[in-house]
Design a protein around this ligand. Structure first.
Ligand code: UDP
Ligand code: MG
Length: 319
């Protein structure tokens, strides 16, 4: 099979038939064999009924129905598990992403040798600059910096194409759909490209991701990913290092406090209480924090030793 299209959807009943017809037209015109996996993420409207109707007419339509709303990442994860096409395309259900881009995306994967091609919404049709455009720019700049994928301008674009191997080797979880290129890169797929794609205003329904908290969460997720990819398998290296620094600072402070006290005592010079010295408090906090960080490091090691991931590596080939 040439292509699997994975479509996560949450309350998109009005768009589904049109989206299916559009995908079908593009596939037929290009003579591609394909399947479409709709993942109904706990919709409360008639989306599932529409999908059942589609399925009864078109056998290439598959669908998964979540019992409740889990989010876009879990939906993609389940779609990826079932995908069989050589090239896997993800797109939103809201008709904002254009299926006309599929043949070119596929060509870039198969001929140009990309592992992943991300869409770049050139004529972004979304909301006002304050609540979406500016934070999005900032968000992408940070993501570029942290992930080291310098050529991506639009991490959050729902339209992406993957070589099948990629999606079978990564695990999208939580809200990490924004960082799939980063996950792919961490799994060793570093030929990541970008294609300008057409983007339309939402026709029906409204956006499921609104407000500022998604950016806050987006940043937190980015920090998590960065931490996991850098220290995930060796937590003691970060906690132990920080703990040691703190402990050494504490030790120096103790020596200053103790040394001064001893010196004054021996020389018979009048001296203040140790608790009057700022070094006393520095010593106290630093040594407590240092010990705590060390303990966090040990706990991290214990957890990672017992994790099922501890010996999971991505083997590309073997004889
Ligand atoms: N979506 C989903 N589960 C959710 C939220 C969204 O499957 O909990 C789907 C949604 O139906 C759409 C895609 O994810 O197909 C992108 O959502 P949306 O268009 O609302 O995001 P935006 O384009 O505004 O960033
Ligand atoms: Mg959308």
């Amino acid at each position: 099979m040439d292509i699997t299209v994975v479509v996560p959807l949450y309350n998109e009943e009005e768009s589904l038939k049109e989206l299916h017809a559009w995908i079908k037209r593009v596939m037929d015109e290009n003579g591609l064999t394909y399947e479409i996996i709709f993942v109904n993420d706990g919709s409360t409207d008639n989306s599932w009924k529409v999908l059942q109707e589609l399925r009864s007419e078109f056998p290439e339509v598959h669908a998964i129905r979540f019992r409740r709303n889990y989010g876009k990442s879990p939906a993609l994860y389940c779609g990826f598990e079932r995908a069989q096409g050589d090239v896997v395309i993800t797109m939103d259900a809201d008709l904002q992403d254009s299926p006309d881009e599929i043949p070119e995306l596929r060509r870039m994967i198969l001929e140009d040798g990309y592992d992943l091609v991300s869409g770049y919404k050139m004529n972004r049709k979304q909301g006002d600059p304050l609540s979406k455009t500016i934070p999005t720019k900032l968000f992408n700049a940070t993501a570029r910096k942290v992930s080291g994928i310098k050529n991506l301008h639009d991490f959050n674009c729902g339209l992406k194409a993957y070589r099948k191997e990629v999606i079978k080797n990564i695990e999208v979880f939580g809200e990490m759909h924004r960082y799939i290129p980063y996950l792919a890169k961490e799994a060793g797929f570093n030929r990541i490209g970008e294609k300008m794609v057409h983007h339309q205003a939402r026709k029906h329904g409204k956006s499921k991701f609104m407000g500022w908290n998604r950016f806050v969460n987006g940043y937190l997720d980015l920090i998590t990913l960065w931490f996991l990819s850098t220290f995930g398998k060796k937590p003691m290296h970060v906690f132990g290092f920080l703990g040691s620094i703190m402990f050494i600072i504490g030790l120096i402070a103790v020596m200053v406090v103790g040394g001064t006290k001893l010196y004054c005592l021996c020389k018979g010079i009048p001296h203040a209480l140790v608790t009057d010295s700022p070094y006393f408090y520095i010593a106290l906090t630093m040594m407590i924090l240092g010990t705590q960080l060390f303990l966090a490091g040990f706990l991290g090691e214990l957890i990672s030793r017992n994790s099922q991931e501890r010996n999971k590596y991505h083997v590309a080939e073997e004889f």
